[in-house]
Design a binder for this molecule. Structure first.
Ligand code: GLC
Length: 713
């Protein structure tokens, strides 16, 4: 074992000879450090047992299932295309091996290891967190700290600064697998425009491709693609096409041919390109571990950027495998043998399972290889890095193709470190109320692992959504940086206008509320990135009482607001817990109203037509007039809501929203300071943002007295 020390006293324990993973960017210095936990090495794996005290809360594991408090469940880090996010599932698309045990003391753990790790968090044994690492070579980072947020910040610092999309990436996006052709895409856009519903862009799913081939555009369904993309962009709507990991095996198809001649595909045991089946049938997988393959694939995005595309989504990059030829043959053979036989329960279940369990088998991942440095490694050994390197490849490609322009990039699979290259969405959820709750629970865990540009498929991907659910979902997701309504082919349409006029009007108001909040959301996003802190935090990060610890459906956004969405059917409100006095903010037709609420449990009236959140004590939230898209968003008149008992301060961050100059510190700030001054409030503003000309303040005190003030800049 080798030991190191990093900035902020992070202790590093390196066991065996771990694979370089691209997770940690910070500098390690060799130093003798006493072991904090004792791994136990078995023949094939290694286990670590951590003690859990009754009052301890476990946070983390990024995009995995489970609560904000992770206790009482088993989790696996093994990037998996899991289409059904049900309670017994252990692994989803990301491998996010960072967690914190928080109680009397707080300690963060990051296990840098690219294959399967299983975490039994007080499931088999209430008092222990048992970790099983499927090998002997890994690096363990121990991050001690007095406060949870210091631990997170120290962790975020060593994994590096997060990806920042352009500001238009914070708008509202419509998506659906099954917008068959240009005409349908245009219809969607026109319906938004006709109904004056703000819209930033439309995601293009597989439907735009020719025979599911990456970097191909169907001439029949999407002819004159470039003109189409640019025309829509000119009119204010971006298009964001999908790219999948698997490249169709087809003689004469340029990407396939180049992949073969350039030796870019993963190999099987015999050294030939590995073949498996995904959307187009047989595919080869680019070996994204190789730098020249990353470069080659990254440059392929040129076909899209040349057409005016400035955003893409990378999918099926766990990588998802529907079947391989041998397994499918075995299943077919068994079916043939079974024909005409009297199958009893066991033989029938065997037959059924042969087909039902064809997808994503570990044996597939054991049977193809990557070039990792000088070594060949099976995909299984480095499985969790496949999507990571695909995202890196896309990010490098798009950066060089779009020069100094930021781009939207989201991936489905990810590992720790992927947040530097792009955002992620939470995959194929369903139109279930529990999945709306999952969306809430995931936000702080994802942030802890560096993923800020993230969100779930609003309305749910699988199963049929309905009006009430869509509205309730939006009442939450209008706060998430990635705001995309996406649904699966075969399910009912779930655009905001798909459920009648009433739901459309409500949805429209919610999307408008998103645009009103957009400067604040962007400002909080950039602060998270620049100051290495979470954007969404559970109440228990700040309050240690039992109710705060149990609050799994309420979140703080930044230091200013608390979100408490309704996540149940047929409800006209919900119980909400206020750990301190707050102002309930309700969006009305033309103005917002504020109402002070004491700390404690309240029944919050929250109807379908409402939009509400809480403004914290001594806090300020800025709003603007909504617009149809980010380009049209004017900050000239800033509306400011404040709840001030003694003094409040907010610094509204802004930048050009398109370039990378923010990395050189080129940004604007509007600092608003409000101090209680006898019966009145003193307002001080220092502003470097030329687009802000006037500030309209609504200030409330603890006794519901409201003062209005106007400041011209
Ligand atoms: C995967 C994606 C989903 C997409 C579908 C078709 O299931 O997760 O978002 O719509 O593939 O491309």
């Amino acid at each position: 074992m080798k030991t190191f020390i990093m900035d902020n006293g992070i202790k590093v324990f390196q066991y065996g000879n771990p694979v370089e993973t691209d997770a940690v960017k910070g500098k390690k210095i060799r130093k003798d450090v006493a072991e904090v936990v004792k791994p136990f090495f078995n023949e094939e794996n290694c286990t670590i047992d951590l003690n859990l005290k009754k009052e301890d809360v476990v946070y983390g594991f990024g995009g995995n299932l489970g609560g904000i408090n992770k206790r009482g469940r088993i989790y696996e880090s093994y990037c998996t295309d899991e289409p059904s996010h049900t309670e017994e599932k252990k692994a989803l698309y990301g491998a996010h091996n960072f967690f914190i045990i928080s109680g009397e003391t707080n300690c963060g753990y990051f296990i840098d290891y690219p294959s399967r790790i299983t975490y039994d968090v007080g499931f088999s044994n209430l008092d222990s967190l048992n970790i099983s690492i499927s090998g002997h070579d890994f690096t363990l980072y121990i991050i001690e700290g007095e406060k949870i947020e210091t631990i997170i910040s120290n962790f975020l610092k060593i994994i590096g600064k997060a990806y920042v999309p352009p500001k238009w990436g914070f708008g509202y996006f419509q998506s659906r697998w099954g917008y068959k052709n240009k005409k349908e895409v245009l219809e969607v856009r026109n319906t938004f425009v006709e109904n004056k519903i703000p819209l930033e862009g439309i995601y293009l799913d597989l439907d735009y491709m020719e025979d599911f081939k990456d970097f191909s555009i169907s001439n029949e369904r999407f002819d004159c693609f470039k003109e189409f993309v640019n025309q829509l962009k000119k009119e204010g709507t971006y298009l964001i096409p999908i790219i999948d990991a698997g490249v169709k095996v087809e003689k004469g198809y340029d990407v396939y041919e180049e992949g073969i001649s350039g030796d870019h595909f993963c190999k099987n045991k015999e050294g030939n390109p590995y073949t498996a089946a995904v959307w187009p049938g047989q595919v080869h997988f680019p070996d994204f571990f190789k730098e020249d393959t990353q470069k080659w694939f990254g440059e392929k995005y040129k076909l899209l950027t040349d057409s005016g595309i400035e955003g893409v989504w990378n999918d099926m990059n766990e990588p998802a495998i529907f079947y391989d030829e041998q397994s499918l043959d075995e299943a077919i053979d068994l079916a043939t043998e079974s024909k005409g036989k009297n199958l009893n329960v066991f033989s029938f279940f065997d037959l059924k399972d042969k087909f039902c369990n064809l997808a994503n088998r570990e044996e597939y991942y054991r049977s193809f290889y990557h070039q990792v440095g000088d070594e060949l490694k099976s995909n299984h050994e480095v499985h969790n890095l496949y999507g990571h390197y695909m995202t890196k490849s896309a990010s490098l490609g798009l950066s060089s193709l779009l020069n100094d322009k930021r781009f939207v990039l989201i991936s489905r699979a990810s590992s720790i470190g992927t947040h530097r290259y792009g955002g992620i969405w939470t995959g194929d959820n369903c139109s279930f109320w529990s999945h709306l709750e999952q969306n809430i629970k995931n936000m702080p865990s994802l942030n802890m692992c560096g993923f800020f540009y993230t969100g779930a498929d609003t309305g749910g991907f699988g199963n049929d959504c309905y009006g009430e659910m869509l509205v309730r979902w939006m009442q939450f997701s209008v706060f998430t940086p990635l705001l995309r309504n996406h649904s699966a082919i075969g399910c009912v349409n779930q655009e905001p206008y798909a459920f009648g006029d009433k739901i459309m009007e409500t949805s429209k108001k919610l999307i408008e509320a998103r645009y009103s909040l957009l400067p604040f959301i962007y400002s909080e996003y950039m602060k998270s990135v620049n100051q290495y802190k979470v954007m969404f935090k559970p109440l228990s990060f700040e309050f240690s009482d039992q109710l705060s610890k149990q609050a799994e459906d309420q979140l703080f956004l930044g230091n200013e607001i608390m979100i408490a969405p309704v996540c149940k059917a047929n409800h006209e409100g919900r119980f909400v817990y206020l750990p301190e006095k707050m102002a309930e903010v309700s969006f009305g037709k033309d103005c917002e109203s504020l109402q002070i609420k004491n700390s404690g449990i309240h029944y919050l009236d929250y109807g379908l037509e409402d939009f509400k959140f809480f403004l914290r004590k001594n806090s300020i939230v800025p709003l603007v007039t909504p617009s149809m898209n980010v380009k049209q968003l004017s900050q000239e008149k800033l509306k400011v809501l404040a709840y001030v008992e003694s003094k409040a301060e907010y610094n509204l961050y802004d930048d050009d929203g398109v370039s990378y100059q923010y990395l050189q510190g080129k940004s604007f700030s509007t600092n608003i300071k409000i101090t209680r001054n006898k019966g009145d409030f003193k307002v001080e503003v220092s502003n470097t943002n030329p687009s802000i000309k006037e500030i309209d303040l609504t200030i409330i005190d603890e006794s519901n007295n409201v003062k209005l003030k106007k400041i011209k800049l």
